[in-house]
Design a protein around this ligand. Structure first.
Ligand code: AMP
Ligand code: ZN
Length: 138
């Protein structure tokens, strides 16, 4: 269902223009208006979902399959050396548009993209408990 005042719902239904790479009944792939690197694009479901916590899992599966195709085509066309797939969920995680989207960010030697974090220290016992708890809830 379309959500009022959602910019990506408007892009998905063509109310707001975008440079579209691909669309079908379910998804739209378009270039990011403020790209982190050449070829930075977004994949959105046309249906409104806020984020990973509410997206239909079947839709998410098909979206990721499309991402694999788009990534390969982008790599061929741009001759990039690598690619980051980034997907922000919630304000705390840097999400600014609250309609699920997957970033595909081509990487080139000397680019200015930064998706790195400072490595932490794992508590293996705590992780083992957490692994069980999460697994029991899948
Ligand atoms: P996020 O921070 O993960 O929510 O990313 C939102 C992304 O949407 C940013 O990279 C923006 O540059 C991009 N964006 C916002 N408005 C538009 C638009 N009208 N067309 C294309 N990309 C957009
Ligand atoms: Zn939306």
């Amino acid at each position: 269902m379309k959500k009022e005042d959602c910019i990506f719902c408007k892009i998905a239904n063509g109310e707001i223009p975008s440079t579209t790479i691909f669309e079908n009944e379910e998804f739209k792939v378009f270039f990011d208006i403020n790209p982190a690197s050449k070829g930075h694009c977004l994949i959105v479901p046309k249906e409104h979902y806020d984020n990973i916590f509410d997206i239909d899992k079947e839709v998410a599966g098909r979206l990721f399959s499309l991402a694999a195709s788009v990534a390969r085509s982008l790599k061929k066309q741009l001759n990039c050396e690598g690619m980051n797939l980034v997907q922000n969920n919630g304000e705390i995680a840097g999400q600014t548009v609250f309609h699920f989207h997957l970033h595909l960010i081509p990487r080139y030697t000397g680019d200015t993209v930064n998706v790195k974090w400072a490595p932490g220290q794992a508590d293996v016992e705590e992780l083992a408990k957490l692994a069980k708890a999460v697994a029991s809830d899948l």
